[in-house]
Design a protein around this ligand. Structure first.
Ligand code: DX5
Ligand code: ZN
Length: 217
């Protein structure tokens, strides 16, 4: 089953409850939360307080994408805020096996994120440990950027590797997903599709959600 994960990064935070309700009605499966610290990426967003609020608003799973320095020091805060999935960047974590186990021991799904320029086969030793592999299809830091087509090769590799090795990780894509790019990501083997501006910058958030959802069914 293919899942749509609206990113509240592009939402109107004055009306967060109404905005989350709109994507729920449109058929969203997951709420994606982009945590940025102005260090790992050149932008600051929000932290556990907003994740907790989102979790209180919705019963959908909360997917926390950590774009921060030393994410291992913050796992507990996001577990307590109600996250269901936590993903950490390969480029930032030195002791990846340890952090993944820290997330999994808290009862959450754990994933690794790769920047567009990071090769995917680096993950080979830890793929059996992973619940999610998140492939960035833009350079992380901002919503509204253009989709980088070459990242689809990594999705294809992950999809093939999963079949050949009978693994069960889900493949997630994040950045520049809209009605023109979502089908190629789906065809490449993606399971979870993050979309920010294509949903929340649309006049009709519910209709935009449904339109994307229908393209991956
Ligand atoms: C980018 C974030 C994305 C962002 C996607 O650093 O990780 O989740 O919200 O935004 P769009 O869909 O506008 O590219
Ligand atoms: Zn994200």
């Amino acid at each position: 089953m293919k899942l749509l994960a609206p990113s509240i990064l592009s939402a109107d935070f004055k009306n967060l409850e109404q905005q989350i309700r709109a994507v729920e009605i449109g058929g969203a499966d997951i709420i994606h939360c982009d945590i940025m610290d102005g260090q790992f990426v050149p932008n600051i967003t929000f932290g556990p307080i907003i994740v907790k609020a989102a979790n209180e608003i919705t019963s959908l799973p909360i997917d926390v994408h950590l774009m921060i320095k030393t994410p291992e020091q913050r796992i507990k805060d996001f577990v307590n805020a109600g996250a269901n999935y936590i993903t950490v960047h390969y480029e930032e974590v030195v002791h990846l096996d340890r952090v993944l186990n820290q997330i999994k021991e808290s009862g959450l799904k754990a994933g690794v994120v790769l920047n567009p320029a990071t090769p995917v086969d680096l993950l080979e030793p830890i793929l059996p440990l992973l619940d999610i592999v998140l492939i960035m299809s833009v350079n992380p830091g901002f919503g509204g950027q253009s989709f980088l087509n070459y990242t689809l090769k990594k999705i294809e590799w992950l999809n093939k590797y999963r079949t050949e090795n009978k693994l069960t990780y889900q493949i997630e894509i994040d950045g520049g997903i809209n009605k023109d790019t979502i089908v190629s990501a789906s065809d490449a083997g993606c399971d979870i599709f993050v979309a920010g501006s294509a949903i929340f910058k649309n006049e009709n958030i519910t209709a935009a959600t449904t339109e994307l959802k229908n393209l991956i069914i």
